[in-house]
Structure formats: C-alpha cells, structure tokens
Design a protein around this ligand. Structure first.
Ligand code: HEM
Length: 127
C-alpha cells in the first residue's frame, strides 16, 4: 500500500519533471526571458526532490540496497548524467549550440532512465 503510493508519486513526478524540462528547453531555444521567472527556478526543484524522496522511500519500504541492484545503479548514474547535462542545457552552456546539444543529450539520458525503470535491465532490451 505505502509502496504503491510512493510508486504513484514517483511516476507522477517523472511526468512533471519531463514536462517542465521540455518547457524550459523550449524557452532556452527561444531565448525567452520566461526561463528566469521565479516559479521556474523553484517548482522543478520541489518536484525533483519529491521524485527522489519517493524513490528513496520505495527502497526503504522494499528493503532494497540500490548497490545490490545493477538497474538501480544504472538509474542513479543516469540521474547524475541527466542533472549535469540539464544544467549545461539550461544554465551553464556557454553557446546556444552547446546548450541545444546538452538538451538533446539530456532527453536521451532521460529516455534511457525510463527504459531501465520499465525493464529493470541496465541495457534495456539487450538482457
Ligand atoms: C529522472 C530520474 C528517474 C526517472 C525518469 C525514473 C522513472 C521511473 C519510472 C517510469 C518508473 C516506473 C517503471 C514501471 O513502469 O514499472 C520507475 C520506478 C521506480 N524507480 Fe525510478 N526514475 C528515476 C529515478 C530513480 C532513482 C534515482 C531511483 C533510486 C535509486 C529510482 C527507483 C525506482 C524504483 C524502486 C521504482 C519501482 C520499481 C517497481 O516497483 O516496479 N528511480 N522509475
């Protein structure tokens, strides 16, 4: 029951994370000042914190050590890569081409994390 609820929060916040990231990526491409709105700096962080808290909650409830599960290690590594690429895309990238490439790469990493989550395989589809 608790696990189901945490999983619901986790997957729900995954959708919100993706939607907010795509929106901010579009604003970045368009050089829109909306990227600097106050709520845009706050809401994604609150949502990401919820996403991670729910993930950690599931591990605790299920008594899972993420280091024992290769697919969970892959998710953590993927998450770190996504955070770095996302920050280059939306903030740190010095030129537009760098930011756009980082944005596309971040979306690719995000798709990989979801594929790992669904298949519970480090190399989804390859066993
Ligand atoms: C951006 C980062 C993440 C994304 C996009 C993501 C995505 C997902 C998705 C889509 C599912 C549902 C999979 C299904 O259909 O069965 C899921 C489940 C899960 N995720 Fe994540 N996740 C992320 C980060 C993490 C992290 C960092 C952890 C913990 C180390 C984690 C732990 C879990 C667990 C334990 C489940 C439940 C598996 C199950 O009961 O079937 N996730 N995740």
């Amino acid at each position: 029951m608790t696990y189901t609820l945490l999983r619901l929060v986790h997957v729900g916040t995954v959708y919100v994370t993706l939607a907010l990231f795509v929106l901010r990526g579009l604003w970045m491409v368009l050089d829109s000042p909306r990227l600097k709105q106050r709520w845009v700096r706050i809401v994604p962080h609150v949502n990401d914190t919820l996403l991670l808290t729910a993930a950690i909650g599931m591990l605790v409830v299920a008594g899972l050590n993420p280091l024992d599960q290769p697919w969970l290690i892959a998710k953590i590594v993927g998450l770190l890569a996504y955070i770095v690429l996302g920050s280059v895309a939306l903030k740190r990238g010095r030129t537009k081409p760098i930011r756009v490439m980082a944005f596309i790469a971040a979306l690719g990493v995000f798709a990989y994390i979801v594929a790992v989550a669904v298949t519970k395989q480090v190399l989804p589809g390859l066993g």
